[in-house]
Design a protein around this ligand. Sequence first.
Ligand code: ARG
Length: 469
Amino acid sequence: MAIRKENKKSEKLWGGRFEEATAATVEAFTASIHYDSRLYRYDIAGSKAHATMLAANGLLSKEELASIVDGLSAIETRIDEGSFSFKRELEDIHMNIEKALIDDIGAAGAKLHSGRSRNDQIALDLRLYLREQCDRFIDLLDDVRRAFVVLARNYLGHIMPGYTHLQRAQPVLISHHLLAYYEMFGRDRERLVDCRKRINILPLGAAAMAGTGLPIDRQHVADLLGFDGVSANSMDTSGDRDFAIEFVSSCTLIQLHLSRLSEELVLWSSQEFSFVAIADKFCTGSSIMPQKKNPDIPELIRGKTGRVTGSLMSLIVLVKGLPLTYNRDLQEDKEPVFDAVDTVSASLAIMAELLANLSFRIDRMEEATRTGFMTATDLADYLVLHNVPFREAHGIVGRAVAVCIDKGCELTDLTLDEIREFSPVIDKDVFEVLSVDGSVNSRISTGGTASVRVEEAVLAAEKQMGIGE
Ligand code: ARG
């Protein structure tokens, strides 16, 4: 049997079976180091844990382990300091680090890859990275939620129009509107807490996809890296990216919520609404129109929702047609994940700051509740309490509104006699019912906008966020 000469044309860690050097175009096309270098810390932490386990199971000597751990630490320092040179021909973060280790420490470094594959290694790196991002995002969400609670406390008692179809619907407390976002971002937080559970399962040990015959101890690695458990099926583990899709899907919902909030801020800061003022330092001007003060921050957040949703779509379509197990396609998962992380975290951080620089024009908001028949439903409910069937009541109030529109007045401008023409059950206590304050404070159902309910909600939120303790 002819023994092949060592392939001197290549410094590739997988170069053994190749006779030719890889084409430069192929190297350029297949490389991921220009973006996966971001994972170096997790790759190194994973390798240290793997090596520790190998040593505990007789696959590395104590000296070899020490040399690997020190070598990896030195590489990490070089990357931190920017003096490490990443090589495109070494494809990805795993091989860049492993090759540097072998160059630095020799034979021991070449033993590190025992019992693992880049397939389970990349799954490990991505899980470690996303686990950290879950924790970071939870903190960022909490900053935004805290900002809402502070605003809700500050504006307690003030009224604004609540909208459906962007038409004035019923008066509500400003704080009630603000706490709606507190709830939305609270659900986003729960989703991340839940998603983290599925991220925090050790994939290492799946090796290429079938597991390994070497005597490894996966639970040992899981313990070292703080995983809650080890994955159950090596084939599933090797090709699974559900956890990344789940994370980016949670990111997309966060960005959707930010986008809806942004839309309201854009509307509310317009001259037409003039409900809020965004601090100057959070706005920008126009290069041609000297009078302009533009709400660019919420506009950009709203705009970035497209790319976050795009990242989610990329991941979903990426996985859609893949046969088990690992396929190189999966290398395409990193950029959408990173872009979603960067975009959503930056949006959350700046939104928290913006909210702290936001003031409400309570005079304008209150004034807007005075027109638009916002207490018409209250009149219908009043009739219901006087035994008029709701559908009939609805018709009666509708006719009253139509008359007011003709007259160019509000329901409260009608005299008692005029209003009684629509129904004899109406008495003078109707004017309290038609008042904006009366309307708001009548809505005492759980989750309603009455002051008592909203005060409870603000208190509960403050308690949850540890405010005022
Ligand atoms: N860079 C690869 C990725 O991101 C790592 C795994 C490569 N595995 C392989 N057999 N080529 O998915």
